[in-house]
Design a binder for this molecule. Structure first.
Ligand code: ZN
Length: 134
């Protein structure tokens, strides 16, 4: 397995509309779309930049993973996603390397991706998402 590129950087925000103001008006990025992912209790906004994307994440529920992240750490970078070409193979590869996975099976990610998270204890305290997108 080889990480192909930084697919996106996931940033936890309290208020999507307010945060978009910064990324659009100050940094000059353009919103490519938003999506609610019910299984993760999150509303996602994508802003492409160069060969990668910024993924803004606002919780849709006070008990969702992003709400809990903000409660503990405040707003900020929540995860880094690497593009892989075969998610099933990537999960198996990570397990074979002794990495602990938060997802042992691929699950649905925003934008139609197939994703799996690596446990931060295995990746030097950075939450890493593996993402397959066609
Ligand atoms: Zn992500």
């Amino acid at each position: 397995m080889k990480a192909l590129k930084v697919d996106h950087i996931g940033i936890a925000v309290k208020n999507l509309e307010e945060t978009l103001q910064f990324y659009e008006t100050v940094l000059g990025l353009e919103l490519s779309g938003t999506e609610v992912v019910d299984s993760q209790k999150v509303k996602v906004a994508f802003l492409p930049v160069g060969d990668t994307e910024i993924e803004l994440l606002e919780s849709t529920d006070e008990d969702g993973p992003i709400a809990r992240f903000i409660e503990k750490n405040g707003e900020g970078i929540q995860h880094i996603a690497f593009r892989v070409d075969d998610i099933e193979e990537a999960i198996q590869y990570m397990k074979d390397k002794g990495m602990k996975m938060l997802d042992e099976k691929p699950r649905y990610g925003a934008g139609g991706a197939q994703i799996a998270f690596v446990h931060p204890k295995s990746s030097h305290r950075v939450l890493i998402e593996l993402s397959e997108r066609k």
